[in-house]
Design a protein around this ligand. Sequence first.
Ligand code: NAP
Length: 246
Amino acid sequence: MGSNGCAVITGASRGIGAAIASQLAKRMPVIINYSSNEQAALRVLESITKSGGHGVIFKCDVSDRKSVDEMMSFACEKFGGIHTLVNNAGLSEIKLFTDITQEDWRRMEQVNLDGVFNCCQSALPYMIHEKFGRIINISSVWGVVGASCEVHYSALKAAVIGLTKALAKETAPSGITVNAVAPGCIMTDMLKSECDDDTLGSLIEDTPVGRLGTPQDVARAVAFFSSDSSDFITGQILGVDGGFGS
Ligand code: NAP
């Protein structure tokens, strides 16, 4: 397949995923996945279409394997294959470790880790058939250095790093690269829901380049891993964090 097929971006209705969809749509058609916010997903599609790109929106909870299988099958039928899979959908939650319930832990695990497992396992047969594929997982700087009051989030983002490194070794002989991006503090709904203005100010102070990241900062790194320029790069974790995690 080489450069044919589409990009499937999970959680692409808002924030980082929306920026990734817009960036990748410059090179290939995109599946804009979302879980509930159809209007937001449609706005992303409208903006891509206005810029001359192609795509479709697809509602699917990444923790639901049957829906994920339907999404990957749809992507292949509609666009002839899956060139790039970006596992971006994620949840976050601020809680003291002692307050995290079994239900909190399970839901975080279902979306942030099972979702990556589901999408990789569902897309891989199509990629292996073509002997080509690019998988990019969105981890987090907290999966590298750990965050107080986000132990469940940090643990699962660290697991995504382990999954990335191991799967990269397994799929490399099939022409499929697997890399991850570990964003720092990126201005999206997720960050806004967690931080008041004082906390945002502290995060800027703790970021050596002196600003918060933008979704586009992350999208450009993902575009690199999706491009021919990264042919010989697999199993890598790229910090896009303005020096925060170094
Ligand atoms: P966001 O603004 O909260 O957007 C989350 C996106 O994920 C939305 O499109 C949402 O869809 C979708 N989503 C949530 N649960 C889903 C599910 N079960 N199935 C499918 N889609 C689902 O988040 P963000 O800040 O852009 O974060 C994107 C990724 O980057 C996440 O994995 C996050 O952990 C990671 N990250 C973010 C930061 C940061 O500072 N923002 C830093 C490091 C890593 P709906 O619109 O339908 O709800």
